[in-house]
Design a binder for this molecule. Sequence first.
Ligand code: PLP
Length: 473
Amino acid sequence: MDTKEFREQAHKMVDWMADYLENIEQYPVKSGVKPREIYDQIEMLPPSEAQAMEQIFGDFEEKIIPGITHWQHPNFHAYFPGNNSYPSVLAEMLTSTIGAQCMIWDTSPAAAELEEKMMEWLRHLLGLPANWTGVIQDSASSATLASILTAREKYSEGDINTKGFEGYTNFRIYCSEETHSSIDKAVKIAGIGINNLVKIGTDAEMAMQPELLREAIKQDIEKGYKPLCVVATLGTTGTTAIDPLEAIAGICREHGVWLHIDAAYAGTALALEEYRWMIKGIEHADSFVFNPHKWMFTNFDCSAYYVKDKQALLNTFEILPEYLRTKVDQQVNNYRDWGIPLGRRFRALKLWFVMRSYGVSGIRSRLREHLTITKQLASKMTEHPAFELLAPVNFNMLCFRHKPEGMPEEELDTHNEELLQLLNNSGKVYMTHTRIKGNYALRMAIGQTYVQQKHIDNAWELIQKTAFSLKTV
Ligand SMILES: *Cc1c(COP(=O)(O)O)cnc(C)c1O
């Protein structure tokens, strides 16, 4: 392909992109293909001869699109959203065109310096402590792993990186029963051992009970363990529960325990003053992560990781082979030393585009709209005699079930499982489920970039109609 053809194709594809996003509601939200259906349509081997872009693109539309679940559909309510937005997509086009490898300052100074500035913008937007330092990671999972590794190295003063675990076989890490699976994963990879991850019980609102944490730490110390790290969650994945940070931070401080805050989803809400109470006590924590790639209109991947002690992070990850040495190492941020991979994409550009194109007020008003339409639907469900909310509505997510009059408790799970299946098969909405204190709940996140009142009105109609159509005897 030459530049002339690239130009023609790119123009056509930009038109396709605009059409796709404009008409996205015509697609079924969740792909309905069967396992192997896509795989079996793709040739066994790469073509030996060049193929025309028309042909390749034709196959994209015909064979790939049917197997896509449309995350940018306004009625995508599953998991948590993975938002993009027009300005973010434009920035990603430029990023991939430039194709820079942004591992060190030298390999693209603008990428490193824009990243530094964007992390300051976000820190300000969320009201994080002014003396904390941020870096973009690919995902919250990587950020949490980086945090646990840093806690480990800070405590052992680099011993484990140097000599291995000898003499350090008694670490304990704590999180609530509702914590995201990425904490389990990080504990395994960090060599702590999953049996040393202590899951602390939660209260009626699914938030960690600090008294139970205090007790667990006390007992572990008596048994000779070293409590290394606590992970507190603001906005758990199951129900968006909020762990009581201030109390947890107090306990960590008392025992010299590292505190990591996982706000992967709900951290974005800190852009709103009315949510700042969640981070009271953060000055006693050590690290914080949130994902602009979830609820801040920025394409995956873009995870913002903040640390109080920047040097501890660098000490954990720093490498300096001769071929990566440069003359400016002392004056600049070489982000290869701030996380696990060496290679890095230029991810700050999309944040810059998004924050400038929306403006802070634009971001805030979009978030408030999401929160308002969620609250309205929550009231409708509460008032409805046959629907029930199963968790507090802290942000823009509802956990609910249909509870027809007279249906025995033991039939409710199956009934609601069937309801979810029918809703998702309709192609009009996509939701997922969770279990709350043993009960099956539908889980509806209302945070897609362009979701509006009308989409939620339609979804609520559909939920009621579908629920009533199910046999209840
Ligand atoms: C989504 C989520 C994660 C994982 O995020 P990734 O960026 O996909 O690794 C971790 N913790 C919480 C609370 C989440 O909601």
